[in-house]
Design a protein around this ligand. Structure first.
Ligand code: FE2
Length: 132
């Protein structure tokens, strides 16, 4: 039976337009906020039309040595050009990019997920280390 975990696709963010690239420092100081930017289409822009777009971005943090990840936040992209005149008529399009901050005293892995209404679920991860 197919499982949801098998639907999570990953690829090189430099050539695959769906990957939710994570931009944040490699190291952070204890109790100081870690600022994270998540963006789809950093190198290869993803289409943003009423028919084909990114619907949401999720960010999680898995502390080193723990079993369960914590959801840091979700950003939903709601505007995709539709208006009362029809698809792609409003000129208003939400960019699939967001910035969040979170605090932790533990090193771990920042994980992002994105969802394209046509091409499904995508993921990307980045380890962050505690500054000594
Ligand atoms: Fe897509």
């Amino acid at each position: 039976m197919p499982e949801l975990k098998d639907q999570l696709q990953s690829a090189d963010w430099k050539s695959e337009k769906h990957v939710p690239y994570i931009d944040c420092p490699d190291t952070f100081k204890k109790s100081e906020p870690v600022r994270v930017t998540v963006a789809v289409g950093k190198e290869v822009p993803h289409p943003n039309t009423s028919a084909h777009h990114i619907q949401w971005l999720d960010l999680y943090f898995l502390p080193e040595g723990e079993k369960f990840s914590y959801q840091i936040g979700r950003f939903e992209c709601h505007a995709h050009g539709a208006s009362i005149q029809g698809p792609d008529t409003s000129t208003i399009y939400t960019s699939p990019a967001t910035q969040v901050e979170f605090k932790t005293d533990k090193p771990g892995t920042v994980m992002a997920a994105s969802y394209c209404n046509i091409h499904g679920l995508w993921q990307y991860s980045k380890k962050i280390h505690l500054q000594k």
